[in-house]
Design a protein around this ligand. Structure first.
Ligand code: GDD
Ligand code: MN
Length: 369
């Protein structure tokens, strides 16, 4: 693409491409889309989470010549699913597709996916697990086994049979996205599953086979936290959002913190420290540990770094300190009034603390959505 491309017709299909550290894949991907979608008015929106490798700059270099290409650069945010949602909501084309930006998805099937939705399907899925599709090339044996397990769990929850609910390659009408967007969790890697579990009625699904390719440049971003978020997505959808996911994670981290506290306390007393000093030190260690885990897991999408990290830690100490004071105060009142025995009073105090810590952390420390 050496020449300036003339302004295109309003796009019929918008291709949303979430990218993180994919600088080397941007140019080849646009070239391939150009070939695959030659007969169509299309546009592509790359949604980049401020990759340090110049991904956004690579997109903008093309966009400077080609009005079909756009870039959304999100700062201080991370997340594949939320990137896809923001991309889909940024366009006005009647049809939107989502595809990975690492060349693992086969862009050549996009016209067939579009045709399937134009013929009446609610959603077309690029599928590795129907006749003609394959996933052998792109996956290690371990990744394959993991993906199979996730697929079976997801299938158990779906209202309709879908061979490849873990696909990140799909196409649907923009109207439908607009309708369900407020109810998507937007967490984790599995945006298609999020959509399938949110659709208001039994969807008509068309699966179009393709061969999942091996990655040539860059590395996969799937890690342990992504797996936790997958479990979280299923729980959220199974409980219809009744239990706020973030609260579950926060409480789990808190419960783990109690163990850390007790272990530290025992170790320090074992070393000969007095109880009061050991209790203070254990509190400090547990709070710091909780902060680190919450920053990595509970608030992963709003993770603090650099100076903001230290500011957040200081506020977190303050919040938890107030929470602890409230805990002791409430529990003491209940016991003094004879309203509860010490066990119940202690539990009530602890519950108030965790709810307080969670509510205030979510707004003052991490400013999560
Ligand atoms: N904006 C943004 N933010 N993009 C991200 C993030 C993020 O936090 N994490 C990953 N991506 C982008 C990657 O740059 C890539 O374009 C795409 O999302 C998929 O990420 P990979 O890291 O390559 O994931 P994978 O290959 O393990 O799995 C993908 O392919 C599967 C097969 O279709 C995912 O898309 C799965 O959902 C999909 O099933
Ligand atoms: Mn990939």
């Amino acid at each position: 693409m050496s020449d300036l491309v003339a302004p295109a017709l309003p796009a019929r299909l918008a291709v949303i491409i979430p990218v993180f550290r994919e600088a080397a894949n941007v140019v080849p991907l646009v070239e391939r889309l150009d070939v695959a979608l030659a007969d169509l008015a299309w546009e592509a929106v790359f949604v980049d989470d401020d990759s340090p490798d110049g991904t956004a700059a690579a997109v903008r270099a093309i966009a400077a010549r080609d009005p079909r290409i756009r870039c959304i650069r999100r700062v201080g945010r991370r997340g594949l699913a939320s990137a896809c949602i923001e991309g889909m909501l940024s366009v006005s084309a009647p049809f939107v597709a989502v595809m990975d930006g690492d060349l693992q998805h086969d862009e050549a099937i996009l016209p067939a996916m579009l045709a399937a939705v134009e013929r009446g399907a609610d959603i077309a899925i690029g599928s590795r697990h129907v006749d003609g599709g394959s996933a052998t090339e792109g996956f290690s044996a371990a990744r394959g086994a993991l993906s199979d397990a996730g697929t079976r769990m997801a299938q158990a929850m779906l209202p309709v049979p879908v061979a490849d609910p873990m696909s990140g390659f799909f196409l649907l009408k923009r109207d439908l996205v607009e309708e369900i967007a407020p109810r998507l969790t937007g967490r984790g890697f599995k945006i298609l599953l999020d959509i399938l579990l949110t659709l208001p009625r039994r969807p008509q699904v068309a699966e179009v086979p393709y061969a999942f390719r091996a990655r040539e440049h860059g590395a996969s971003k799937l890690d342990a936290t992504v797996l936790l978020e997958f479990a979280g997505l299923l729980i959220d959808k199974a409980t219809r959002g009744l239990v706020p996911l973030r609260f579950v994670a926060f409480a789990a981290v808190g419960a783990f913190g109690v163990l850390v506290h007790m272990a530290t306390l025992a170790a320090l007393i074992g070393l000969g420290l007095g109880f009061d000093a050991a209790q203070w030190a254990a509190t400090f260690v547990a709070m710091t540990g909780n902060f680190v885990l919450n920053n990595r897991i509970t608030y992963r999408d709003a993770r603090l770094r650099g100076p903001a990290l230290w500011r957040g830690l200081a506020v977190f100490y303050l919040v938890c300190g107030i929470g602890a004071a409230a805990n002791v105060g409430v529990a003491g009142l209940l016991v003094r009034d004879g309203a509860a025995d010490w066990g119940l009073a202690g539990a009530a105090g602890a519950l108030i603390t965790v709810v307080w810590n969670y509510a205030v952390s979510s707004t003052l420390v991490w400013r999560a959505r």
